[in-house]
Design a protein around this ligand. Structure first.
Ligand code: E4P
Length: 221
């Protein structure tokens, strides 16, 4: 399973990429706005910092405008993935970009039939937003289950299910159980994944016992 980081914060990206656990980055206009910097500059910097796919979202809502913006974003680096909204205009632009060999992440997916359309339009990734569905009392992970099942029925679709709007480790656990290809996580959630109180207390106990017994591992000499 691939882990993407859902942020435009370059310091966080650099720090967490150093763990070797980050396979790519997703951004959106809200995340880019938080940096207070020009979008193309941020995307260029992120693309230099990571080898994996970096999703950069268009701002236009019409197909022609999306294609114009996609051209600018795709020219930034080879690992840019164009993020397009799940609308008819977005799907039309997706088909055109996919036909040119440009990777697309179709975002703001909230239903399984929308995900089916994204696959038909040639998306590389589809991003169902689980947290935002949970927020309105729906079951975000049930949507992932439906999409994974539908895509398995049609092996000709190569679109990867990118679980987005994940808010806590349980989303990651469920996404992995269901066989989703990717989950994108805010930096704080990725950090949460490694934490377990028994790991911390176990380390403390081992170190205390080692110190009591005067154990050490001398450098090779
Ligand atoms: C990822 O591609 C999305 O932009 C992101 O996961 C949205 O998360 P949010 O619902 O927490 O804003």
């Amino acid at each position: 399973m691939k882990f993407f980081l859902d942020t435009a914060n370059i310091a966080e990206i650099r720090e967490l990429s150093a763990t070797g656990l980050v396979d790519g980055i997703t951004t959106n206009p809200s995340l880019a706005a938080k940096t207070g910097r020009p979008m193309t500059e941020i995307i260029a910097e992120i693309c230099e910092a990571v080898e994996g796919p970096v999703s950069a979202e268009v701002l236009a809502t019409d197909t022609e405008g999306m294609l114009r913006e996609a051209e600018v974003l795709a020219a930034i680096a080879d690992n840019v993935v164009i993020k397009l909204p799940l609308t008819f205009d977005g799907l039309k632009a997706c088909r055109k970009l996919a036909d040119k060999g440009i990777k697309v992440n179709v975002t703001l997916c909230f239903s399984a039939v929308q995900a089916l359309l994204a696959a038909k339009a040639g998306a590389t990734f589809v991003s169902p937003f689980v947290g935002r569905l949970d927020d309105i009392g729906h079951d975000g992970m049930a949507l992932i289950s439906d999409i994974v099942e539908i895509y398995r029925n049609y092996p000709q679709y190569t679109t990867e299910v990118l679980v987005a709007s994940a808010r806590h480790p349980y989303h990651v656990l469920e996404a992995a159980r269901l066989g989703a290809h990717v989950v994108t996580l805010p930096p704080a959630t990725l950090r949460q994944l490694v934490k377990h109180p028994l790991t911390d207390s176990g380390i403390a106990q081992f170190l205390a016992d080692a110190e009591k017994a005067g154990l050490s591992i001398p450098p090779r000499g």
